[in-house]
Design a protein around this ligand. Structure first.
Ligand SMILES: NC(=O)c1ccc[n+]([C@@H]2O[C@H](COP(=O)([O-])OP(=O)(O)OC[C@H]3O[C@@H](n4cnc5c(N)ncnc54)[C@H](OP(=O)(O)O)[C@@H]3O)[C@@H](O)[C@H]2O)c1
Length: 360
């Protein structure tokens, strides 16, 4: 029998990815589904139906398991955390702020929400990038007197960015980063989400609170664990985040000033080699490669590259030197915002924590 786990926010975009990633999982048994009081008491199948049209709002290509559609959704406020070895949360930040500490008193919480990402005793874990920060979870438990903990994954724009910045930082040193994102609409979720009238034939040049998150979270993730805290990376980072009419996949144009200079060939090499130790752990949801490097100058593209390695690899291309920055390097990446950037990425983090005895 695997670890019994629950998904809170199971009807939403990130929650559905969690359900899909957990429904036939070799280690985790999905025994709890929870959402708001709007869904509570309904079967999962009923809760997924649009109350106005009756349409099933399941949006993934893979079907939900029939037995899950019959499972009754609980009110997240009434969920008994002690019934689970681990709880995955996929709710907005204001809701997470209330629910997650209550669950964490007894049970590990893997969160897709931003509510606690910047707390000093909370690590933001990104596969292959900073798993050593997990030891902060013991500090968090001791400080707060919790048997569980809260560990969020980052904002979905940050995941692919730090996966490429980490090998550049290690090989060449990082001084300044400028990034412009072109983010898919699924990243905004359903409530309120992005409406077609606003996004088709358009680019929206602002995503509230996104740029601040990209800047702060990246520096924390790339920071150094120092005793019972993380010292953020001494790095200047500037982000412009935009929404584009792409269903899934965030594209990012990245400009980097390195300390020691980097040829495109050397950068491509360190990208290709990145993450081998993590992948070698053989965790069930891990991809074969964390970074895929493409040479075709017309790639990466979200439609063609977001599903590389099952949506768990970030694809990097257009690697060039940059004449504006000293030791400058520039490249374009595509990363899957709801797979590695949300549901399946959260499950991969949980697998790592289970393999290290943090969940059990
Ligand atoms: N979408 C992405 O690509 C992505 C990527 C990374 C991180 N995230 C983060 O994941 C979280 C969820 O985002 P989303 O895109 O999945 O949003 P969403 O599609 O709008 O889903 C929101 C979910 O929260 C539930 N909910 C709302 N109010 C609640 C309450 N008071 N108590 C319990 N559950 C409640 C909803 O349940 P009902 O159906 O019952 O209302 C629904 O299941 C956010 O923090 C977001 O920033 C999203």
């Amino acid at each position: 029998m695997g670890h019994r786990v629950a998904v809170v926010g199971c009807t939403g975009i990130a929650g559905q990815q969690l359900v899909a990633s957990l429904q036939r999982h070799p280690w985790f048994e999905l025994t709890g589904l929870a959402a708001s009081e709007r869904s509570a008491g309904k079967t999962y199948g009923e809760a997924l139906r649009d109350p106005g049209t009756g349409a099933l709002r399941w949006w993934l290509p893979e079907d939900p398991a029939p037995e899950l559609l019959e499972q009754v959704v609980q009110d997240a406020a009434d969920l008994d955390p002690q019934a689970f070895s681990c709880i995955f949360t996929a709710v907005e930040s204001d809701v997470a702020r209330e629910l997650e500490p209550r669950y964490a008193r007894t049970t590990p919480v893997i969160s897709t929400a931003s509510a606690f990402r910047m707390a000093p005793d909370v690590p933001i874990l990104v596969p292959g990038v900073n798993m050593e920060h997990a030891s902060l979870l013991r500090v968090q438990q001791a400080r707060r007197g919790w048997r569980g903990f809260i560990t969020p994954i980052p904002n979905c724009t940050v995941t692919g960015l730090v996966m490429t910045l980490k090998p550049v930082a290690e090989a060449f040193g990082l001084r300044r980063v400028v990034v412009t994102s072109l983010q898919g609409v699924s990243g905004a979720g359903r409530s309120p989400g992005v409406i077609a009238l606003d996004i088709i034939d358009n680019v929206v040049p602002f995503i509230p609170r996104e740029e601040e998150k990209v800047e702060a979270e990246s520096k924390k993730i790339l920071g150094r664990l120092d005793g019972d805290t993380v010292r953020e990376a001494a790095l200047r980072l500037s982000a412009t985040c935009t929404r584009v009419p792409v269903l899934e996949g965030h594209t990012e144009a990245v400009f980097v000033e390195t300390e020691r200079g980097a040829t495109p060939e050397a950068a491509a090499r360190v990208f290709r080699e990145f993450g081998r130790d993590f992948v070698g752990l053989g965790l069930p949801s891990a991809p074969g490669r964390l970074l895929v490097v493409v040479g075709d100058p017309f790639r990466p593209q979200p439609r063609l590259d977001r599903d590389n390695e099952g949506g768990m690899a970030t694809t990097v291309g257009r690697i060039r030197t940059d004449g504006v920055f000293e030791g400058g390097l520039k490249y374009v990446l595509v990363t899957h915002n709801t797979k590695m950037g949300a549901g399946k990425g959260a499950v991969l983090v949980a697998e790592y924590l289970a393999s290290r005895g943090f969940i059990g």
